[in-house]
Design a protein around this ligand. Structure first.
Ligand code: DQA
Length: 148
């Protein structure tokens, strides 16, 4: 069964309490449970991790190259700032889908730029917790298409 790492970056451990008008009331724990249930329905094993530290996220992406078949990454604010995270993604062969709960393109200008967008499989933004489920579907369809 393919293994997908759901990797969340800085401040996403605060979901539920953090700016609920922007990010809603659903907690990260609930999102991870939704991902596991979606994975079970579609034959994917789900592993989850969250860190507020750039280097830890980089370590997880590097490790995922050997350990996982896909990564769903919400890099939080590092999306907009981290060349190191971009280089880590560019260095691995495992497909990475960038996700955001909010529609970053409808928000402040500094959120419109993603350092990682050029090196990921694709970006999904603006669907709240469903962004993660859509990313799992995107990986599934990507594997199907690559298998020919
Ligand atoms: C976010 C959007 C980012 O701009 C922000 O820094 C976050 C969350 C989202 O999921 O909408 O931390 O990635």
């Amino acid at each position: 069964m393919p293994l997908v790492l759901i990797l969340n970056g800085p401040n996403l451990n605060r979901l539920g309490q953090r700016e609920p008008d922007v990010y809603g009331r659903v907690t990260l724990d609930e999102i991870e449970r939704m991902c596991r249930a979606h994975g079970a329905r579609h034959g994917m094993e789900i592993e989850t991790a969250q860190s507020n530290h750039e280097g830890v996220l980089i370590d997880r992406i590097q490790a995922a190259d050997n350990e996982a078949d896909g990564v769903v990454l919400n890099a939080g604010a590092y999306t907009h700032t981290s060349v190191a995270l971009r280089d880590a993604i560019a260095s691995v062969a495992v497909p990475v889908v960038e996700v955001h709960l909010s529609n970053v393109h409808a928000r402040e200008g500094f959120r419109h730029r993603s350092c990682i967008a050029p090196v990921v499989l694709g970006q999904i933004a603006g669907f709240g917790p469903a962004s993660y489920l859509l990313a799992l579907d995107a990986l599934r369809l990507h594997w199907e298409a690559s298998a020919g």
